[in-house]
Structures are given as C-alpha cells and as structure tokens.
Design a binder for this molecule. Structure first.
Ligand code: BJW
Length: 240
C-alpha cells in the first residue's frame, strides 16, 4: 500500500481490514448514487419506494422502481476500485472483509469473496409472507409473482433492506469491526445508520480509520485520516 499515510504497523500482511462501501464506489460504473445531485432520492421520495409501508400501500409502484433499478444493473461492470479491493483480498488472504451497502453485484463480479451485502441484493427476491429468499436474476418481480417456497401470489418483493428494517448479518459485522486493525469507508455519505456508526465502533475497538470519498462525508471528523477523490483513483492508489 502506498500514497496514503497508513501507520507502518498496519502495512503488514496480518492486519485485519474491514472495508465499508457505498454507492459512490459504483458511481463510476454508471450506477446512480442516492444523495448526490441527480441522485435517486432527487427523483423519488424514499418514503414512497424504500419502506415496508410504501410496499404495503402501493406494491406495483415499488416493484416497478426496483425493476428499473434491476435493468440498470444488467450491463454494468466493476470499475478499477472494485477490482483493486478484490486484489487486496487476494494479496491479504483471510484478513480482508468488504461490508457493502450496495445492492449491485459488482464486488462479487470483480472477485471479492469475503463480502457482506448488509442492505441485500437486487438479484434476489424475498417473500414477504414466509421469508423465503430466492435467486431471481434480472427478471422483473410483479404483483403476479408467486413464492417458489409457499406458493403465495403477490407477496414477492426485492430482497433489499428498507428504512425501518434490520440490515443483514449485523452480528457478523459487529464482530468484524471489533477485530479490525484498519477500517476503511469508501464512497458513502455516512448518513444512514447503522453503517454510519461503524467508524465509531471500529475506532473504539482500536482500529485506525480511513475515509475515501469524493467529498468529506457527514462523519468525516470521526476518521483518523480522509482522502477526497474519485474511488477509481484513490482505491487503486491505496492497494498498489
Ligand atoms: C463518490 C463518487 C466517486 C460519489 N468516488 N465517492 C435517526 C437517527 C439515527 C438513525 C435513524 C434515525 N431515524 C431513522 C433511523 C434509522 C434509519 C436511518 O439511518 N435513517 C437516516 C436517514 C437518519 N436506518 C434504518 O432504518 C436501517 N435499519 C435500522 O436502523 O435498523 C435498526 C437497527 C438497530 C440496531 C442495529 C442495527 C439496526 C435500514 C437502512 C436501510 C437503507 N436502505 C437503502 C435502500 C436499500 C435498497 C436500495 O438500494 O434501494 O440503502 S437507503 C440508501 O442509502 C441505500 C444505501 O445503501 C444507503 C446509503 O447510501 P450511500 O451508499 O451512502 O449513498 P449516498 O448517495 O448517500 O452517498 C454516496 C457518496 O459517494 C457521496 O458522499 C458522494 O460524495 C460519494 N461519491 N461519486 C468516490 N466516484
């Protein structure tokens, strides 16, 4: 690792590294962020598409929003930042974990294996009736879709975490944060909890903390160090 002033004791191969990623990481692959100018929440009211109440009120509208998001994911490719994180994992086998808030599949396509999709995955569907989770690929989910497990029609939804719902694999994430020597947050505005609180947890556990973002995030003052720039430049510079 070069260019970014990591404390020297953290540059050895055994350092445990937890990386939190957000929409900014996939921006240069062509996917919209949420809160930037031109972002998804400029066009849509999040209370109308990203809450369980919205799905209960108007399932067709919510499904259509996510069907469009799924189509936007069809041809996207990982960028240099995804590739660099996969390379970091290969070079530091078993000690690098990526916790992503992103629902796109770009980390896994780039080759990252130690991966937690805390806000779910756009390529999966969840039955709101029985809780069954199904690989759905890029096909639309419609009000006529039926659950492959319980057979109920009209209760399939995207397997993503909406406001008011518990993100996935939280215990595992808290364990990773508690054991981290280095915590790196990349491409996230730091406005959505619990992810926005990870830096504080990692710091309290003794980790050195680094933010890589286009602009200082809401929580930038909590990091030991912050670097502003495009992820496709800052992340490869960190890993090289
Ligand atoms: C670049 C770049 C480039 C651009 N290079 N950088 C009051 C106080 C505290 C908490 C709450 C509260 N009221 C309610 C809550 C809880 C709520 C919450 O946090 N609300 C806040 C808005 C205040 N959270 C929840 O409800 C969560 N659940 C929960 O808390 O459960 C209880 C619990 C208890 C105890 C433990 C654990 C849990 C669930 C949150 C679910 C969020 N869901 C979404 C939608 C997912 C599906 C979908 O994709 O549609 O997740 S919302 C949306 O925001 C999405 C994202 O993952 C998430 C974060 O966005 P992200 O990634 O940070 O994107 P942006 O756009 O905000 O930022 C992009 C950044 O990139 C910018 O800074 C750019 O500058 C930068 N950038 N290009 C580098 N090229």
């Amino acid at each position: 690792m070069t260019d970014i002033p990591l404390p020297s004791e953290l540059q050895h191969a055994g350092s445990r590294i937890t990386i939190l990623t957000g929409a900014g990481l996939s921006a240069e692959s062509g996917l919209h962020t949420f809160r930037d100018r031109g972002g998804i929440w400029e066009k849509y009211d999040l209370t109308e598409v990203a809450t369980p109440e919205a799905f209960a009120r108007n399932p067709a509208f919510v499904l259509d929003f996510y069907n469009q998001r799924r189509r936007a994911n069809e041809d996207v490719k990982p960028n240099a930042a995804h590739e660099a994180l996969a390379q970091l994992e290969r070079e530091h086998d078993g000690v690098v974990w990526v916790v992503t808030q992103n629902i796109d599949p770009l980390h896994e396509i780039a080759g990252t294996k130690n991966l937690v999709h805390m806000h779910g995955e756009i390529t999966k569907a969840l039955c709101a009736e029985c809780g069954h989770r199904e690989d759905w690929g890029m096909a639309d989910i419609t009000p006529q879709s039926s659950c492959p497990a319980c057979g109920t029609i009209g209760r399939m939804r995207p397997d993503v975490v909406w406001f008011g719902e518990m993100p996935y694999r939280m215990e595992e994430i808290f364990d990773l944060l508690a054991q981290s020597d280095l915590f790196i947050s990349i491409g996230t505005s730091g406005t959505v909890y619990p992810a926005a609180g990870f830096v504080e947890i990692a710091r309290e556990a003794g980790a050195w903390t680094l933010e890589l973002n286009l602009e200082p995030s809401e929580g930038v003052s909590q990091f030991h160090h912050a670097v502003q720039g495009r992820a496709t430049q800052t992340v490869p510079a960190l890993v090289e």
